[in-house]
Design a binder for this molecule. Structure first.
Ligand code: SF4
Ligand code: MG
Length: 324
């Protein structure tokens, strides 16, 4: 069960099946208006699938997606149309996500036309010029094509396209991981400025904790399709409870180019099990340095949900009738 609650942007309960198994299974989080939830984990943990499921861009087999007070889980295409305007996506790849044959005016103007926000072409051009300036580009760049921009500039165009239709929620799927480290902070700052200005909520997906640290109000750490820990950002850094979160934090590179290059790509030792055949009990037990006998047998539940700091680990949550 993937269950996401948005008290203002309301929640989701859903499940996605891939073949006979579940790629995302047992995820629960809440997101308020204007808030940023960081969604962190290694590739394949289900964080992108979670984002797509919120957007109803992947099949939701079971459960509920509630957004801005409406259950949108079973809405058809036409029913989703007005919702689509309120939920926008910023993609990881600033090269692949912009149509190379379209000038920027059309790239940004397209969602305006689709959602009937600026019916006239001149109106759309004017709006595109404003949006370019909002994301830190020059208004006179609107007749240029994507190949004329750098990666960071393209990601700014992607952001302009996403905010053009006044979304309440932006799902940002690793929006800076394809960019040079020197550009990443600038783009993260842009996200923060725009949030302050327009009050959008963000689901900010990343594969490491360094990127989401400053942008997130709360962070959910995912492992093999489940959330294993969720806490206010400051609490998660100050006192990470789950051994996997602790490993992710220990893997944050030292801001020294030489040290960064020397650091192995893999975040946590041990082979990542298949999400299609996850380990028994705690899914992390095959890689956990603190694993106990109970861990292979009994799955820990995410305890403390609804509180400020929830964790799914037997070290922190007593198993009923079991001595760990
Ligand atoms: Fe490690 Fe056991 Fe906690 Fe899982 S439940 S994270 S295996 S200590
Ligand atoms: Mg991904």
């Amino acid at each position: 069960r993937l269950k996401v609650h948005f008290p203002l942007y309301k929640g989701v309960i859903f499940k996605r099946r891939v073949g006979a198994a579940q790629a995302v299974d047992g995820v629960s989080f809440t997101l308020r208006a204007g808030e940023t939830l960081g969604l962190v984990g290694e590739s394949g943990c289900g964080k992108s699938t979670t984002g797509l499921a919120v957007l109803r861009m992947t099949e939701v087999n079971d459960g509920r997606v509630v957004f801005e007070g409406r259950d949108i889980t079973r809405l058809d295409r036409a029913g989703m149309q007005p919702i689509r305007r309120r939920m926008q996506m910023v993609y990881q790849d600033p090269y692949g996500s912009l149509n190379p044959r379209m000038p920027v005016a059309d790239i940004i103007g397209e969602p305006l036309a689709v959602h009937g926000l600026a019916p006239g072409k001149a109106e759309r051009r004017e709006r595109a010029r404003e949006l370019l300036q909002m994301v830190g580009l020059r208004a006179d760049m609107i007749d240029r094509y994507p190949h004329e921009f750098s990666g960071g500039q393209r990601q700014r165009i992607g952001i302009a396209r996403a905010i053009a239709v006044h979304p309440g929620l932006l799902i940002c799927d690793e929006p800076v991981s394809a960019l040079d480290v020197s550009i990443q902070a600038q783009v993260v700052n842009l996200f923060e400025d725009l949030q302050e200005r327009f009050g959008m909520a963000y689901i900010f997906i990343a594969h490491d904790l360094a990127v989401v640290r400053h942008v997130s109000d709360r962070i959910a750490v995912m492992y093999l399709g489940r959330i294993v820990e969720v806490a206010a950002s400051a609490d998660l850094y100050r006192q990470p409870l789950h051994p996997y979160t602790q490993a992710l934090l220990a893997a944050i590179p030292i801001p020294d180019p030489a040290a960064e290059a020397a650091r192995p790509r893999q975040i946590v030792a041990g082979e990542v099990p298949s999400v299609l055949r996850p380990p028994s009990g705690c899914r992390f037990h095959t890689r956990c340095p603190k694993a106990m006998p109970v861990c292979a047998r009994i799955e820990p539940v995410l305890a403390g949900e609804g509180g400020t700091h929830a964790v799914a680990c037997h070290l922190h949550n007593a198993v009923e009738g079991e001595a760990a």
